[in-house]
Design a protein around this ligand. Sequence first.
Ligand code: N01
Length: 540
Amino acid sequence: MGSLEAKHIEELDALVLGAGFSGVYQLKRLRDEGYKVKLVEAGSDYGGIWYWNRYPGARVDSHAPHYQFSDPELWQNWHWKQRFPDHKELREYFKFVAEKWDLRKDTYFDTYISSAIWDEEDGKWVITAKDGRVFKSTFFLPHTGIAASRSIPNWKGISSFKGLIVHSSYWPHDEPDLKGKKVAVIGTGSTGVQLSHAVSEVAGELVVFQRTPAMPLRMRQVNYADDEEPMPKKEMAEFFENCHDRYWGFDFELLPKNTFDDDEATRQATYEKLWENGDFTFWLGTYSDMLFSPEANHEAYKFWREKTRARLNDPRHQELLAPTNQPYPFGCKRVPLENGYFDMFNKPNVDLVDVNQTPVVEVTEKGIRTTEKEFEFDIIVLATGFDAVTGGLTTMDIRGIGGQTIKDKFQKKGPSTFCGICVAGFPNMFFSNGPQAPSAFCNGPTCSEIQGDWIVDVMNRLRKAGLNSIVADEAGEKTWTDHVEGVAHSSLLPKAKGWYMGDGIPGKPRATQMYLGGVPNYKASLGSSVSRGYKGFHFE
Ligand code: N01
């Protein structure tokens, strides 16, 4: 540590990394408990993914009033304008939270943390920013979320394109004018679906490059007048309690029955009702066996396929976007919401390229060459996703006991954690909305609160007991990893290729990235380690 002594080192109790829902909540909670804590963020303002995600059409798929903190001081004074708030409204919400919770004085923006090294002698983390600033902190809380590291295709010629080429999450703050332009959108995940529809409204020509069809549900958007609310304020306290106790972190539950418990007419009527909700309930509030039984899943797919095909005029589009043969289990890739995505393919200026039939050969100065022809574009948008869930941790140089790195550890067989909140060999490091936790299987703010509260509780107990450090043991980590894999493999999840299973990133091992066992079971697991005297942890 000799070379560090010459530099100014900021001493902290806790450094929280990432100013999305988890980081913001963690800062507020720790500061209220009297800790010396700073929130550090690479972007220039609050919002996490909502700071970066400003592409046309970007909006959250969790319907209001779900996507917010449960603190009454906030929700009593906040008014949502849209049932599915767009990225601008979400950034307004973060600004409002920052002001109410007085967060700015303890936040460093434009600060990219490149390494965090556990100093075994000192029992502290030495955390270094790209600009050379150094922090020494008892706790390191990297709340980097699921989408901190972008995935860019390794295409020949990608740097030769003379127009604008941009990843969806680096959308220029100075918005490019799309009017009349020729635009390519690569990828049809939640981002590609939202983005391409919004682009199709203004661009001269749009070509969507699809590798795997998404299975989006209809979004029923509502714009609220000043005197309208998604839910009466007097019901909100109970609403948030429910969210913390339900499977997916929303206030609705799966139906308490299986698909074929109902006769055909009742089942179709149930699907229709869920469909009409225009939100996630056709996916997360449906029959309990939908993600577990192939027959039940196919029944849901058939309903979705017929609804979708009815909106497409061209039989080629019908077959590519909603194939006769189900391509993967419904709901085992993230289900997007849309409000015009399929209709846009009926417009003459929108084209669909199936990269399985005609793969991309190279990017040229003018556009994209497939095995069929060269397409010319002004703008190429890469909606190609992320090194999801683990990327935020593995792209940093994080070193624990004995110099082992998170990257090496996760590179072997995929993520291994204790309860999706910490890693054996990495003392005093906790994360939220990361690997092997419910994360994207939970509404973001809900799990930020559940995990954030648990972390504060651990820190308080250490402080009270006069202890310096806590670290998970390998046995507890293995038990949790086996459990996460066991739950996922009892479902249809592994049968789909996608980021839920770590697919699509060269060299990344295929493994279950998040805990599918539901919020109540997750909370019980966190709680039981505490009630059993922190079984699975060592203290110093
Ligand atoms: O990323 P994705 P995303 N050639 O990985 C395709 C959250 N989110 O940014 O499926 C051609 O899901 C890839 O194809 P395939 C949400 O949790 C939330 O859309 O791998 N195509 C896929 O179609 C979401 O799940 C909101 O075959 C290539 C797409 O690119 C997560 O963020 C809104 C390719 C990537 O889809 C990530 O979503 C938006 C290639 N070389 C996002 N490489 C909310 O509303 C990749 N693809 C909350």
